[in-house]
Design a protein around this ligand. Structure first.
Ligand SMILES: Cc1ncc(COP(=O)(O)O)c(C=O)c1O
Length: 456
């Protein structure tokens, strides 16, 4: 059969609220045209993020009731530990309340002034935790990965030639570990090939540098490997996951993505000495090593989610529904980052609104218009988020002006996705009328969360 269906039945539903165009205009005015400041109740389809927004299964909810809330040695911890170890093969499994807590612990221990951390592309919390420790975060995306229009496989790869040259120049002593982010979120949710992971691991190993995976989307990445990479078509997703982790010495994970839960994370690593120090820090910052900032019920839900996420019907539906939205938009002429990634579609606002200059924020204009037209919440990933000011106070724009439509796991059906495409295509047809926005109030850091805008 050609139709790929949602591989689940819906047992419990949550109503979404329809608003009129006038109501949305008022909501936007009140929120100062910043979609982070809108009440979620006023959103019809929320594509702000795929993090922590998933629908849990009946088995996960029943796991919530089964959770062992003992302070030390809870049964739920051992189930969680076994589930993580089965997939990753890593030795020490340390639960944290979310991904950035694992990053904070790791980089507090291995970071610090003078240290450098290479990555295909650091996610912003990873970069922030590296830099907060005093270390430097260095990205090595490939040339293909930086071209939004190029349709190529594995645009999330690490530039291994540049990485090898960097290690030679910097010296092994300043590089406590190297990371690969799968899939490459900041690079458009693009996957990394097994070959690239293997080559990166070989380079690292030859210099004695441990390789860590930022494993938030550790299941979506193998799905692409299975589709695209020679020799993997007949392998099970679990086998591909295990091979991927076999090249790694450790991993950080936000369970809010590919463990299909609303909260949780972990740090996993083979180095016993480093794990000992990580657990000591965990006790100070997160909690005892058998719960680490989570309730027993959360650990149960993660363990169950890790089993469900490697199901091939689930991954087929998941990746296909993102691709389906991408195809609909592309065939209507809407410019998107190509090819569609694993968890999101990125609209190319610079191409869509060429008449809106960077200092009037085309990404912001497009995302506000999507809300105004159809109650859809997206997020600007452009000069509002990453723009900087030069010493004269002039805006230095971001490299790309994107709007991300992140798809929550198991939440929306095909007709929701059809609706999103219809709204976007309607906006596209009158794109020349869309005006830019001026920032009228902003915080010195992470301004996108709280900035106020006015329409030009
Ligand atoms: C690639 C990547 N790494 C790390 C994180 C941080 O995870 P958390 O939000 O759970 O702290 C995220 C979250 O979006 C992510 O996408």
């Amino acid at each position: 059969m050609k139709t790929i269906i949602e591989p689940f039945k819906i047992k419990s539903v949550e109503p979404i609220r329809f608003t009129t165009q006038e109501e949305r205009e008022e909501v936007l005015r009140r929120a100062r045209y910043n979609l982070f400041l809108i009440h979620a109740e006023d959103v019809l389809i929320d594509l702000l993020t795929d993090s922590g927004t998933a629908a849990m299964s009946a088995k996960q909810w029943s796991g919530i009731m089964e959770g062992d809330e003992s302070y030390a040695g809870a049964r739920s911890f051992y189930r969680f530990e076994a589930a993580v170890r089965k997939l990753t093969g890593l030795k020490n499994i340390i639960p944290t309340h979310q991904g950035r807590a694992a990053e904070k612990i790791l980089f507090s221990l291995v970071g610090g002034p003078g240290r450098k951390i290479p990555n295909n592309t650091h996610f912003d919390t990873t970069r922030a935790n590296v830099e907060f420790s005093g270390a430097e975060a260095v990205d090595f995306p490939t040339k293909e990965g930086l071209d939004p229009d190029l349709r190529a496989d594995f645009k999330g790869n690490m530039d291994t030639t540049a990485l090898a040259a960097f290690i030679e120049k910097t010296g092994r002593e300043s590089i406590p570990l190297c990371m690969i982010t799968v899939t490459n979120n900041s690079g458009g949710g693009q996957p990394v090939s097994m070959r690239n992971i293997r080559e990166t691991a070989e380079i690292c190993r030859s210099h004695g540098i441990p390789l860590y995976l930022d494993a938030c989307r550790f299941a979506e990445n193998p799905w692409f490997i299975r589709q695209w990479e020679k020799g993997y078509a007949s392998k099970s997703v679990e086998a591909i996951v295990r091979e991927m982790f076999s090249y790694a010495d450790g991993a950080t994970m936000s369970a809010k993505k590919d463990a299909i839960v609303n909260m949780g994370g972990f740090l996993a690593l083979n180095d016993d000495q480093l794990a000992l120090r990580a657990r000591n820090l965990l006790i100070v910052t997160e909690g005892f090593p058998t719960y680490g900032g989570l309730a027993g019920r959360d650990l149960e839900a993660i363990a169950q989610g890790l089993e469900e996420v490697v199901d091939e019907h689930y991954l087929h539906y998941r990746v296909r529904s993102v691709e389906y939205l991408g195809e609909k938009l592309t065939s209507a002429g809407v410019p998107i980052l190509q090819p569609p990634g694993g968890h999101a579609i990125y609209l190319n606002a610079r191409k869509e609104l060429p008449h809106v200059p960077p200092d009037l924020y085309p990404g912001q204009a497009l995302s506000v218009e999507l809300y105004r037209a159809g109650g859809i919440r997206s997020v600007e990933i452009g000069s509002v988020m990453f723009g900087k000011y030069d010493p004269q106070g002039k805006l230095v724009p971001a490299r790309m002006e994107l709007v991300r439509l992140a798809i929550p796991r198991r939440v929306y059906t095909q007709s929701h996705i059809d609706y999103v495409a219809e709204v976007m295509i309607e906006v596209h047809q009158r794109r020349s009328e869309i005006r830019g926005y001026r920032i009228v109030q902003e915080a010195p850091m992470l301004r996108h969360f709280t900035a106020h805008f006015e329409q030009v």
